[in-house]
Design a binder for this molecule. Structure first.
Ligand code: TXA
Ligand code: MG
Length: 328
């Protein structure tokens, strides 16, 4: 069992020290919980891969406190500075050429590094106290559903780590948006996430290249973002994705089937039907998504059927996660 710690000054000081000397800590962010280690310490980062059973070719995101630290670990450009000024702290991750102080294990041998500056109050305080970046992937066993509470982290990794910083339930509930900024003239979205692509495009006044939403992961992006696997975020229970689920169907579900609805008014007296939202509010759907998938996965159903979100804004990230969760 891990110790779940409240974000007091004293605990943050202790956690900083524990991280400095190579420990792993479960940490809250505004997107999902992360599993953090000192990014300058290759041995500590190796423990992340071991604890998560994560393949070594799947690089980690480094969490920093702002643009000064950005200059320290990667080669920046005016576009990166502009997007940092506009969207940091917040759920947007940059891919930029790395400097030598970032060990190869963090970037899976790539010459670029993924960097983000989280807006979570308590995690931000911890990152600010640390004079080293924190490498932190999502704190789930590899390919399972991402954690959005300290208790989810405990359930998945509690036997492998000592401490989890409790920052409450995550605000967004889906991971950060990742954008490749190595070529200023051709910024490229690598992962749909909590910051809608439309907001980045509005800031830049132009459209950016984005992954194609298909039933499997976009292979043209897979070599740029090695962790973008077709099967990910997956419950053990088979999940089928539907364009929509009509009342006719969810009112007469076969035995053992659960329905996950994204935008339908609640109806009384139906069995095994679950709502992420009644009115299709995307932020509400996203923040409940992973917790609900866990709950359904633990309820002994044989099968889950889920509705797709509309293909815009946060709906892109929601559908991306649902598609990968349904991939067999
Ligand atoms: O919201 C988030 O981003 C969360 C929280 C904890 O910060 N983190 C997260 O990390 O989602 P993770 O490890 O689950 O996903 C990181 C992904 C990798 O799988 C990979 O696709 C991409 O980031 N990535 C990391 N470094 C990269 C690089 N140098 N080039 C391209 N993609 C990279
Ligand atoms: Mg992950």
């Amino acid at each position: 069992m891990a110790n779940i710690l409240q974000p007091t000054e004293e605990n943050l000081r202790d956690l900083r020290k524990f991280l400095l000397f190579g420990g792993l800590v479960g940490v809250p962010t505004e997107t999902v919980y992360g599993l953090a280690a000192n990014a300058f310490d290759a041995d500590a980062c190796a423990k992340i891969f071991e604890a998560k059973q994560r393949p070594a070719n799947d690089p980690l995101i480094c969490h920093i406190s702002g643009t000064e630290e950005l200059e320290q670990i990667c080669i920046t450009n005016p576009l990166a500075i502009r997007l940092a000024d506009r969207f940091w702290p917040g759920p947007l991750t940059f891919v930029l050429p790395k400097k030598d102080n970032i060990p190869d294990i963090v970037t899976a041998g790539l010459d670029s590094v993924a960097v983000r500056c989280s807006a979570h109050q308590d995690f931000k305080r911890l990152v600010e106290q640390c004079d080293f970046p924190l490498a932190a992937p999502s704190a789930n066993p590899f390919a399972y559903i991402s954690p959005t509470t300290a208790q989810h982290v405990e359930a998945g990794l509690g036997s492998k780590i000592n401490f989890i910083l409790n920052g409450g339930p995550c605000e967004f509930g889906v991971e950060s948006t990742i954008i490749d900024l190595r070529d200023q003239n051709n910024p490229r979205l690598l992962r749909y996430g909590a910051l809608p692509a439309e907001e980045i495009e509005a800031e830049l006044g132009r459209s950016i290249e984005k992954p194609v939403a298909t039933n499997s992961a976009d292979e043209s992006v897979q070599h740029l973002a090695p962790g973008a696997l077709p099967k990910h975020y997956s419950p053990r229970t088979p999940l089928e994705l539907r364009g929509g689920i009509a009342p006719d169907e969810f009112e007469h579900l076969p035995e053992g089937t659960a329905a996950l609805l994204l935008a339908q008014p609640k109806s009384a007296g139906v069995k095994n039907v679950h709502w992420l939202s009644e009115d299709g509010k995307l932020s509400e759907i996203a923040s409940n998504l992973f917790a609900k998938l866990r709950e359904l996965d633990e309820s002994g159903y044989d099968r889950i059927i889920a509705e797709e979100a509309p293909e815009l804004g946060l709906g892109m990230a929601i559908n991306d996660r649902l598609r990968r969760a349904s991939f067999r």
